[in-house]
Design a protein around this ligand. Structure first.
Ligand SMILES: *[C@@H]1O[C@H](CO)[C@@H](O)[C@H](O)[C@H]1NC(C)=O
Ligand SMILES: *[C@@H]1O[C@H](CO)[C@@H](O)[C@H](O)[C@H]1NC(C)=O
Ligand SMILES: *[C@@H]1O[C@H](CO)[C@@H](O)[C@H](O)[C@H]1NC(C)=O
Length: 318
């Protein structure tokens, strides 16, 4: 009875011993360790005047050999519905040589005029010795209150309620083309967001007549025959239009941007600072995609009156 108890106990000890051995052996099996370690990452502090977000990855060389290191963007997405993984693109990622046991920052840059109010993530590859890479995700949130480094900078510029309304510019719509690099070109007044323009492709072209039309007010494609009603056709043909069919205001001005001035009391125009005026030609000052009309962007130049005396002298001497 006693002996058999001892036997089972030694069996257990043996088991424990084997486990310990396996545990001790496992590090040896991973001798081919990844020489690169990501210690930290993020975006660098930025201010109101900056025009680029700098993403950094702090990498450490854990190996005994130097490493040729560079960074490249895998993908960048803005967390929205639907997710936008197209409009943000990072550049840079210059190559560096990282000595054994050393750490350094490899950086990538997103260049844009609109840096604040972006929430999303970028996946960055830290590529060493040309072919091997570690993929790392950097989350970002440039909502004003989240970033203490410009929170004070933005005092007096309240949140507009939509990230596509520029809080630094009296909540006028951002320039969608610039903010989203051409991927979301229209400001939708209902959603107050920059949206993608649908491609209104007419089906197999029956002659040269388009079968689809684009309606800017809705940022939608419509079938040509449904978009135009009989009433519209009568109107265009010059026949009597129904009384409530009013001429569409071609320039649907929704916002005034007073570059060197301020909005008048009614909010329907600008009072320009001295020395500034508005361009005479209407079309060139109107941005149809956002319905924004630019004013006070023409500097009035003063020319010194010509020195008539000099001219007289010149004539006399001739
Ligand atoms: C990486 O490349 C460098 C320079 O070509 C070389 O000196 C080093 O041994 C390589 N490191 C590894 C881990 O292969
Ligand atoms: C990397 O950049 C961060 C943020 O600017 C900084 O705090 C850190 O000291 C840098 N690390 C190295 C190794 O340069
Ligand atoms: C981003 O920061 C804002 C402000 O602090 C916070 O309200 C929001 O929840 C954050 N969003 C994410 C996805 O972290």
């Amino acid at each position: 009875m006693h002996r058999s108890k001892m036997g089972s106990r030694s069996f257990i000890y043996e088991g424990i011993l084997i486990c310990l051995c396996l545990l001790m052996m496992s590090p040896c099996e991973c001798e081919e360790q990844i020489p690169l370690r990501i210690k930290d990452s993020g975006i660098k502090p930025f201010g109101r005047e900056d025009t680029g977000l700098i993403f950094y990855v702090t990498a450490q060389n854990q190996g005994k050999e130097p490493l040729n290191l560079k960074a490249a963007m895998h993908k960048c997405c803005l967390l929205e519905s639907p997710e936008d993984c197209e409009s943000m693109h990072l550049i840079g990622g210059k190559k560096v040589i990282l000595s054994p046991y050393d750490s350094c920052n490899i950086t990538l840059m997103f260049v844009n005029l609109y840096l604040i109010d972006r929430i999303g993530y970028c996946q960055v590859d830290a590529i060493y010795n040309k072919s091997q890479a570690i993929r790392h995700q950097i989350n970002f949130n440039t909502t004003a209150s989240y970033n203490s480094w410009f929170a004070s900078d933005l005092q007096g510029y309240p949140d507009c309620g939509s990230p596509d309304e520029d809080r630094l510019n009296r909540c006028t719509p951002v320039d969608c083309v610039v903010k989203y690099n051409g991927f979301r070109n229209v400001f939708n007044d209902k959603t107050r967001r920059c949206e993608e323009v649908p491609p209104c492709i007419s089906g197999a072209a029956a002659g040269n007549t388009p079968t689809k039309v684009y309606l800017k007010e809705f940022n939608q494609c419509r079938d040509f025959d449904l978009a135009l009603e009989e009433e519209d056709l009568n109107y265009m043909a010059g026949s009597k239009a129904s009384s409530d069919l009013e001429i569409l205001d071609v320039m649907q001005i929704k916002h005034y941007k007073c570059h060197h001035g301020h909005q008048n009391d009614k909010g329907k125009g600008c009072i320009c600072d001295t020395g500034w005026s508005s361009e005479g030609s209407d079309e060139s000052q109107y941005e149809p995609l956002t319905g924004t009309y630019h004013m006070c962007n023409l500097e009035i130049a003063y020319h010194e009156p010509p020195k008539t005396i000099d001219i007289h002298v010149l004539i006399v001497s001739l």
